[in-house]
Design a binder for this molecule. Sequence first.
Ligand SMILES: [Mg+2]
Length: 232
Amino acid sequence: MRNENINWIVFDADDTLLDFKAAQKEAFTRMLLSLGFEDRKDYLETYNRLNRGLWRALERGEIQKQELIEKRFRLFCDHYDLQGFDGKMKLSYEEELSKGGDIIAGAREVLEELSMNYPLALASNGILSIQRGRLDASGIRSYFDEIIISEETGFEKPQKGFFDIMMSRIGQDDPKKILFIGDSLPSDMLGAVNYGLLSCWYNPGENVSTLKVDYIVTSLEQIPALVKNLVI
Ligand SMILES: [Mg+2]
């Protein structure tokens, strides 16, 4: 049964449906080994810290996507004094990551069920070529009627411009009829709340938030019941 209060359901991709952590770990290890490096634990931790800082700067509109892509391995190589490896690392990592179609447990079943009653969209802050490759490898691409990757919009979640383009792509003008589900507070939830969408925080780690979201789920399996019973 379709809930008339909802016209579309929009999902974030990474760590909501696609298992980015698993895909990244594999890709990073393969990159290191292919270039003759040891698979040291602190390498990935350092890269993650540097990369995360760049993504936050991107979401605040302080840098452009291209700068992030160019800079993350340069900063990594500077940190470890590995001059001349940043270009090779970037290429190898991006190639390996684009094959990473790991999905979060339960994602396929939930999409299967929801897609019987609602059009579904995917809204991802990501690098177009990588996200396309991962979606192809994931086997869940066909559930989506629209896929919006930030790189093609010129904006990032939580920027309003991203959501303007998302709404026009799904042909909707009432944000209160759109359920937006994502794991990230600073990009997904802040953006959804500011835009007036129905916000649903996927919070498997049961973290605490000061941001007032409309709904919280701790597992994907809770979403079909939430959607069915949602009252405005
Ligand atoms: Mg995410």
